[in-house]
Every structure is written in C-alpha cells, then in structure tokens.
Design a protein around this ligand. Structure first.
Ligand code: HEM
Length: 521
C-alpha cells in the first residue's frame, strides 16, 4: 500500500491513516482510491475556460438564463470579465463573445474551429436528424448543402423574381393600410401577412389574402413556435431528459414544427408534380432543378444532399430563419419611424427625389436610396432582432481572446453587444442613420462592429436576399404613408423577448403601440 501513498500528493497522503488503508483493502477502499485519483486527474486535466461568474454545479447560472434580456446581461458581464465570458447553462459551459474583435478572431480567423452547432435534442429532432442547414454540424455534406442553397437563392434574386414577389405581396399590404383611413391601428398582422407572403412567394409562388384561414393558421403556429421554443427547452440543457421524460413544452414545439413541415411537404409534393425545367417559378423549383442537374450529371455527392427530406428541411429553414427575422425588423422599423419623424421625413425626401410620385419604389432603385438603406441598417443595429444569433460549437480545441476554448464548447456571438459597444458607437441607444453614411451622403463601408448576419462559415445564407427585400419594403411603406404615434402615446421600446439563446426576436408589445397612417397626397 506504500504505492498508494506515492501516487497521492504529500498532504493527502499524510492525512490518511496508513493503518486504516492497510486494514481495509476492501471494495470500499478501492472505490475511495479510485475517487481520489479520478478527482485529481480531473483537476489536472480540467479544461481552462475564459473567466465568468460563479455557477452552481449542474444548474449553472440559472438567473442569467432566465433573464428576459439575456443579451444585455451577458454584455454587462464584459465589464468585469472582459469581452470573452464563460457562463454555464445547466451543466454545460458556454462562451459568449461580446466584442467584434473576438468574434472576428473566432469566426473568421479560426472559422473552421468554431463552425459547429451544439447537437441539442430539439435541433436533432426538428432537423430530422441533422438534414437541414441551420442546426446541422459543419461537415463536408453541409458545405455542399450550403453551396446548393446559396446558388439557388442567388439565381432567385437575380432578374425579375424578387421584384414580382414584392409587388404581389406589398400591393395587398398597401391596400390594407389604406383601409385604416388614418385611424390608429396595430400594424403587426399586416406586416406579418406581407412578410409571410414574401417568403411563401419566394419559396412557392404563393400569395395569401389577409383573411385566408391558411395564413391565419400558419401565422398562429409560427407565433406559438417562436414563443415556446424561445423560452428554451430543458431537454436542450439536460439531453438525457429527451430520452427518458419529455416536457409538455418539448412535445408542443415538436408538434408545432411538424405542422409547419407538413405544409412545406405538401407544397413541395405539388411542385414535384408540375415541375417544368423550362419554367423555374420559385426557390422550390430552383432546388428541384439542382436535383435534376445532379441526376443528369450522376453526381452522387450532391444527390445525397438533395433528398426530399433535405429539400423540405431547407425550405423550412428559409421559413423559420427568414420570416421571423424580417417581420420583426420591419415591425421595429415602423415603431422607430413613428417616433423619429425627422428620420422619416429624410427617407421620404429621398424617395420623392429618386422615385417621384408617379410610380412605386423598385428593387433597382436601391443603389440610389442610400439614406433609406442607412435607416434600415440603423434599425437592424439598434433593434438586433437576433440578439444572440445561433449558437456555435467548437469542433476542435481552440482559443479566442487569449483563452483556451475546448472542443465541444457552445460559443455564442452577442450581436446585441457588438451593436451597442460604446467603443464603436457614439450614443448607441440613439437612432442615427448617418452612422452608415459618408459625409457626401453616399453609403459608407460597413462599420466594423455591425454584424447582423454574422460572419465566417455559418454566415446567414439570406443576407443577399434580405437586404434588398427589406430596403424596398421600407421604401414602399414610407413612399405611401406617414407613420405617426397617436397623440399622447409614447413609443415603448421594451422588447418582447423570451430569453432563449439565439432564437428569440425583439418585438414591441402590440397592445402598447398604435400607428396612425396618413395617406400621402
Ligand atoms: C433581417 C434578416 C435576417 C437576419 C438578421 C439574419 C440573421 C442570421 C443569423 C445571425 C444567423 C446565424 C449565423 C451564425 O450561425 O453565426 C443566420 C443564419 C441563417 N440564415 Fe439568416 N438572417 C436574416 C434573414 C434570412 C433570410 C431572408 C434567409 C433565407 C432566405 C436566411 C437564411 C439563413 C440560413 C439558412 C441560416 C443558417 C446558416 C448556417 O447555419 O449555416 N436568413 N441568419
């Protein structure tokens, strides 16, 4: 048993009563020995994470996780711990990046290290075993999948497609706004309809009427999904639960998503029936065309990424990633415009100068509308609809900001912190589109700490679609209407966010705010 003494540190060895050890070479003593060695090994090999607040074992930083403004709370931690902070959600460590410098270091310079996604149970279930883009690991297959989708999206936004869809969906929206005849109203559902129609138009050439039960049904499904998923799922913190006991919320989230998938599946099947390669109508057709080309070229690798499950998952990604981000951005934009008449007037003056009163703004007006675009970017900065983006995961042991980040660690980009960093933005809480303009009024280079679409290998695939779409939607609304708050109503900027990492969006409260529409003469 002397050997036991030798493998223990001196102080522990001395503390042990040798006679006790020798007299009880029993399973108990063997177990104790194993425990001591195990704890020592864990202490020696324990990965060193960046600094952060003390966390309870197993439970972690529970208060932080349940903070409705978790992005702001994480940003505040930087004041004490620096821009790279470790927090603990449940038993797992999560590293939060609160500055553009550390985000660029991780996501751009060490992009391959940080390109994974945490394999949480909800992600695996909703993506039908990792067959989507949003929640899948960064594998060679995902790389191929991303390439196909971005080529299809690029093809789609080139030419007249986007303009046609915008005209179809915004026409109805403008009529609905007109019908309010200058009375105060809540614009949420109208904005939701417009953006729902744009996504349905992009994906399936579908445009719904405001009172269409299908639109109401799927909007309701999506709203419930955002609210429930947004609250976070206990199974994602303690994955074993997904196997042994699933919460009501988990079951509800899965069943809501299945309903959305069912809708997408039906549309895809209909597209397969009347697919005509000489007439590519929409994004679904672009994906079917990519599959047809791969079949013709007998490209097995590409075909393996274009099964029916991949296609419906890609379309559902487009729905979930595109619909909520874009509708919340426009909702915020209207609130800011209602409360910032000076900015609104400047946008309208630009529109009158460039577009005039005889026609509506078009996608090809965008290069001539720098102030409108700067206003949209400023709203995206100040509202940060996806404040914590999508969680990443390190695929190998890596480092950022001088700290080690072990393989398998969840890493979060705090977009809100980047967009409110006082080192980069003077008076960050003030709406000021000029930040995005040169002194001659032209659009400036992207400010360093502006990253709504993220960066690196998982950069948003919809950036090039979302920007023209959102600029023209804002232009169309402000070209036709003055947005105002009713007399005596103060803008309420408190976000309606549920606090889940990466899937919540900021939204003002529908009941608190009404916007008066005045038809321009
Ligand atoms: C205001 C509009 C939008 C914002 C702010 C936004 C933001 C983001 C962010 C922050 C991510 C996570 C990136 C990361 O993992 O670091 C993301 C991912 C993604 N977005 Fe967007 N997005 C917008 C619109 C769209 C649109 C219109 C589409 C599709 C047409 C789209 C498709 C995607 C997809 C497919 C991903 C997953 C990329 C991957 O995991 O590899 N997004 N987006």
């Amino acid at each position: 048993m002397d050997s036991i003494r030798h493998i223990l540190p001196a102080h522990l060895g001395n503390m042990m009563d040798y006679s006790l050890v020798t007299t009880s070479v029993t399973p108990t003593s063997c177990f104790l020995l194993f425990l001591v060695v195990f704890i020592l090994c864990r202490l020696i090999t324990k990965p060193k994470y960046p600094p952060g607040p003390m966390a309870l074992p197993v439970i972690g930083n529970y208060k932080l996780l349940t903070d409705p403004k978790i992005h702001e709370a994480c940003a505040r931690l930087s004041e004490k711990y620096g821009p790279v902070v470790t927090v603990q959600f449940g038993p797992s460590k999560t590293v939060v990046l609160n500055s553009i410098e550390t985000v660029v270091e991780a996501m751009v310079k060490r992009r391959a290290d940080f390109a994974g996604r945490p394999p949480v149970p909800s992600g695996m279930t909703l993506s039908e075993g990792g067959k989507d883009i949003l929640m899948s690991q960064y594998t060679p297959s995902l790389k191929v999948h991303r390439k196909i989708v971005s080529a299809a999206l690029r093809k789609y936004i080139k030419g007249p497609f986007l303009q046609t869809i915008l005209e179809k969906s915004m026409g109805q929206f403008i009529k609905l706004f007109e019908e309010t005849k200058g009375n105060p109203f809540i614009p949420h559902e109208y904005i939701d309809l417009a953006l729902f129609n744009i996504i349905c138009g992009v994906c399936f050439q579908k445009v719904y009427k405001f009172d269409d039960p299908k639109f109401k049904h799927y909007l309701d499904i999506d709203n419930q999904f955002v609210a429930e998923f947004g609250m976070g799922l206990i199974e994602d913190l303690y994955p074993i639960l997904a196997k042994v006991w699933q919460s009501q919320r988990y079951k509800k989230v899965v069943s809501l998503f299945r309903e959305l998938l069912h809708y997408i599946h039906e549309e895809l099947e209909a597209h397969k029936q009347d697919f005509d390669e000489g007439n590519i109508r929409d994004f679904a057709d672009c994906l079917l065309m990519a599959r047809k080309e791969a079949e013709n070229e007998e490209d097995v690798e590409i075909l393996s990424q274009l099964t029916d499950v991949h296609l419906r998952q890609t379309l559902s990604d487009t729905f979930t990633a595109a619909f909520d981000t874009t509708r919340f951005t426009i909702q915020w934009a209207l609130l800011y415009m209602a409360d910032h008449q000076d900015v609104q007037r400047k946008v309208q003056a630009e529109l009158d100068r460039v577009v005039g009163r005889d026609r509506l703004p078009r996608v090809d007006d965008r290069p001539s509308l720098p102030y409108t675009e700067a206003t949209l970017f400023e709203v995206m900065r100040i509202a940060s609809v996806a404040p914590l983006g999508m969680p990443h995961m390190t695929m190998v042991d890596s480092s950022v900001g001088g700290y080690t980040v072990p393989k398998g660690t969840t890493v979060i980009i705090n977009h809100w912190a980047l967009h409110n960093d006082p080192r980069h933005w003077k008076e960050p809480s003030k709406l000021d589109p000029e930040r995005f303009l040169n002194s001659d009024g032209t659009l400036a280079r992207k400010p360093e700490s502006f990253l709504p679409f993220s960066a690196g290998l998982r950069v948003c695939l919809g950036e090039s679609t979302a920007k023209p779409e959102l600029v023209i939607i804002l232009a169309l609304i402000l070209h036709q209407f003055n947005i105002k708050l009713p007399p005596g109503v103060k803008a309420d900027y408190s976000p309606e966010c549920t606090g889940f990492i990466g899937y919540t969006a900021n939204r003002y409260k529908a009941d608190d705010i009404k916007i008066t529409r005045l038809l321009k003469v």
